[in-house]
Design a protein around this ligand. Structure first.
Ligand SMILES: Nc1ncnc2c1ncn2[C@@H]1O[C@H](COP(=O)(O)OP(=O)(O)O)[C@@H](O)[C@H]1O
Ligand SMILES: [Mg+2]
Length: 250
């Protein structure tokens, strides 16, 4: 289990995160949802270990890892722009990080991931010849072969449209289940957060506005901000959201 305990972060005297406390269970998909500039990426980077919190603790499996380096934490991130190597083909991008690293995927496990992410047909192609959705799946595969203890995704779907988006969402759900992998996803899209996650952390003005299941957020939004800026932004009727997107809200 991952526990954030009263995480605070200030930049140049301005407090961006004002005491964030949440628990994330193993295998859960959690979305961090909030408007642009609300501190979502900052919080993700603090969990990853590339940004230090100004105050508070990060506890992972009952150990305080607040001062543990990113490498030793063993979490991993897929950045918004994929950050793939343009001069390597899809396969070599996927296996790039494996060289001489212990506790990562075997050749067979790499092959399984290629199939799971439906990349078999594209494996010899150069990155520049792949579509956005294919690049995103290569980026996911490249991160998953490292066997992260927690997978972090920063706006993984925002550059994708319609059908592609739905298919990647399904893969993300499948990966969480199959590997019992905790996945934390940053998004500014309420529809995405509510249809993809077990729990949604709504950030507003540096604080937790609500942290609950999509059903609880829809049925009992805690405040006006959620009513106005989250639920009213949904392009489809609340009652239909889960049936339309194949979720479990009945
Ligand atoms: N390294 C930094 N130095 C100074 N200010 C920063 C830095 N990183 C982020 N910020 C500020 O913190 C706020 C939250 O940023 P960010 O976490 O990127 O928000 P989000 O991902 O929700 O859009 C913004 O006002 C941003 O300008
Ligand atoms: Mg961001």
């Amino acid at each position: 289990m991952l526990r954030l305990n009263n995480i605070r972060k200030s930049y140049e005297g301005t407090e961006i995160l004002k005491g964030i406390s949440i628990d994330v269970k193993d295998g859960e998909i959690v979305s961090i949802l909030g408007p642009s500039g609300s501190g979502k990426t900052t919080l993700l980077n603090i969990i990853l270990g590339i940004t230090d919190p100004s105050d508070g603790q990060i506890i992972f499996n009952e150990k305080d890892i607040t001062n543990v380096s990113m490498e030793k934490r063993g979490f991993n991130i897929v950045f918004q722009d994929y950050a793939l190597f343009p001069n390597l083909n899809a396969y070599n991008n996927i296996v790039y990080g494996l060289k001489n690293k212990p506790n990562t995927s075997t050749k067979e496990e790499v092959e399984e991931l290629i199939d799971l992410l439906d990349l078999r047909k594209h494996i010899d192609k150069n990155i520049e010849n792949l579509s956005g959705g294919q690049k995103q799946r290569v980026a996911l595969a490249r991160t998953l072969v490292m066997k992260p203890k927690i997978l972090l995704l920063d706006e993984p779907l925002s550059a994708l449209d319609g059908v592609i988006k739905e298919s990647i969402k399904d893969r993300i759900k499948q990966i969480a289940k199959e590997f019992n992998l905790t996945i934390i996803i940053v998004t500014h899209d309420p529809e995405e957060a509510l249809t993809l996650s077990d729990k949604v952390l709504i950030l507003n003005e540096g604080k937790v506005s609500q942290y609950s299941t999509p059903k609880e957020i829809i049925d009992t939004p805690k405040n006006q901000f959620i009513e106005k800026f989250i639920l009213n932004q949904l392009s489809i009727k609340r009652n239909n959201i889960f049936t339309l997107f194949g979720g479990s809200y009945a």
